[in-house]
Design a binder for this molecule. Structure first.
Ligand code: PLP
Length: 449
């Protein structure tokens, strides 16, 4: 990267003057001006390079600037850069075919959106119309997006300022053994109690009032909690028993992140609706969608579906998806994610946990890992309080600053760091990142008891 601090200063000044950023107090942020990116790295205008262990917001599953995907977008722009959704367009047809061929079971119809939240909005709308019932059940410790229904379904504190109790949203506890809401001592207990809790919630809400249960197959931002064996199959069975639509949100976990095309493939479950976005085209052009079962598709076979978007299945986004999926096949990128998880990230993170008292738990699969940082391994007290801000958050801020100083851009959420590099991160890059994490964790260790 060529340093160009003057351009960097101008980019920053215009940003500060005019860009209104997500989730932020506008005067309290200091966004880094980014000059470029390639593969697993990006760099600033000073020429400082960072290894991106965040994949943006966990979406660059094939890394930045993959030449084949960039070329496909350029070609599509030259051929047909846009077209309205009511027409059959080659890039859209092909993207839908490639996605439907990979989604589990009979999820063979694809409704395209511009991102994940809109996918969740439409999946829940489909479930309500299909069942004629009003309520949607979702988990605490979840994130489903920032539009009105999606943020109210969300279980993390980003919901609170938006919490207008969206009509028909009910939260329940999903399994998370490390901080068990059921005081369970092992995975089998956690699974049984979580399923019983869901049954009880359904019984007391009234089964005939519930349209859908929505879960992230492996919750992402909320902590990468891989569900215990049997949990998702149990939810599937409960939904079937009560005629409830089962929605799996694979916006973050889908398209290779867990070392399989979809996280649902690890658990052998097929939902009725599955939402996706992010990795479908590595975020090169905004795209999301809902994969729909034949039964729900049938509901809208002779009755119009009352929803749509100007840019549903935008040709540039779909061309990027076609190229991304083909590149993932050709280059064995899903297998690469699985291999790096098994041979480098999993063992490497467990080894760090042995040496660093601040690491309470390591969990994950593929290129989807969380380190739970704690003050005290015995009590499991989080390194910073739930939803900490300001000085309360200082230990995590110090951890992050150390990583960045050594050229690693870490993903931090509350008391956790997530290790979520691109699916095609190399062994060398993964090891480089682990070495920096080692240094940053030494800073976190200073805050343990
Ligand atoms: N669902 C899940 C599981 C997510 O992780 C996200 C975003 O992080 C969303 C939905 C929302 O997606 P978007 O930000 O594209 O609207």
């Amino acid at each position: 990267p060529q340093p160009n601090p003057q351009v960097g200063a101008a980019v920053k000044a215009a940003d500060r003057a005019h860009v209104f950023h997500s989730w932020s107090a506008q005067e309290l942020i200091d966004p880094l001006a980014v000059a470029g990116a390639e593969g697993s790295y990006f760099w600033d205008y000073e020429g400082k390079r960072y290894l991106d262990f965040t994949s943006g917001l966990v979406f660059t599953n094939i890394g930045y600037q993959h030449p084949k995907v960039v070329a496909a977008i350029q070609e599509q722009a030259a051929t047909l850069s846009t077209f309205a959704p009511a027409f059959a367009i080659e890039a859209r047809s092909e993207a839908a075919r490639l996605i439907a061929e990979r989604t589990p079971g009979d999820l063979d119809k694809i409704f395209f959106t511009n991102g994940g939240a809109e996918a969740v909005e439409n999946a829940t709308r489909m479930a309500r119309l299909h069942t004629g019932r009003p309520k949607i059940l979702s988990a605490y410790r979840s994130y489903h997006g920032a539009t009105s229904t999606a943020i109210n379904l969300t279980g993390d504190p980003r919901r609170w300022p938006n919490d207008i109790g969206a009509a028909g949203v009910v939260h329940f506890w999903a399994p998370f053994l490390y901080r068990s809401p059921f005081h369970a001592e092992n995975e089998r207990q956690e699974c049984e109690r979580a399923l019983q809790h869901l049954e009880d919630t359904i019984a007391f809400e009234g089964p005939a009032t519930i349209a859908a249960v929505i879960l992230e197959t492996i919750p992402g931002t909320a902590g990468i909690m891989t569900p215990p064996p049997g949990y998702l199959a149990g939810v599937r069975e409960i939904c079937d028993r009560y005629g409830i639509v089962f929605v799996l949100d694979e916006v973050m976990a889908g398209f290779g992140r867990t070392g399989k095309w979809f996280a649902a493939d690890h658990y052998d479950v097929t939902p009725d609706l599955m939402t996706f976005a992010k990795g479908v085209n590595s975020g090169y052009v905004p795209l999301g969608g809902v994969a729909i079962s034949s039964e729900i598709a049938e509901t809208f076979a002779r009755r119009p579906y009352p929803g749509g978007l100007t840019y549903s299945g935008h040709p540039l986004a779909c061309a990027a998806a076609v190229a991304t999926i083909n590149v993932m096949e050709e280059e064995g990128i899903v297998e690469q994610a699985a291999r790096i998880g098994e041979t480098v990230l999993g063992p490497g993170l467990r080894e760090l946990a042995e040496r660093h008292p601040s690491v309470g738990e390591v969990r994950g699969t593929g290129v989807f890992w969380a380190l739970e940082l704690v003050k005290d391994r015995e009590t499991r007290e989080p390194l910073v309080p739930y939803n900490a801000a300001g000085t309360d958050n200082a230990p995590m801020a110090a951890f992050g600053a150390t990583a960045k100083a050594h050229g690693l851009w870490p993903f931090i959420n509350m008391n956790r760091t997530h290790v979520v590099p691109p699916c095609n991160v190399t062994e060398g890059e993964a090891k480089e990142g682990l070495a920096v994490l080692d240094m940053a964790l030494s800073i976190a260790d200073e805050h343990t008891v």
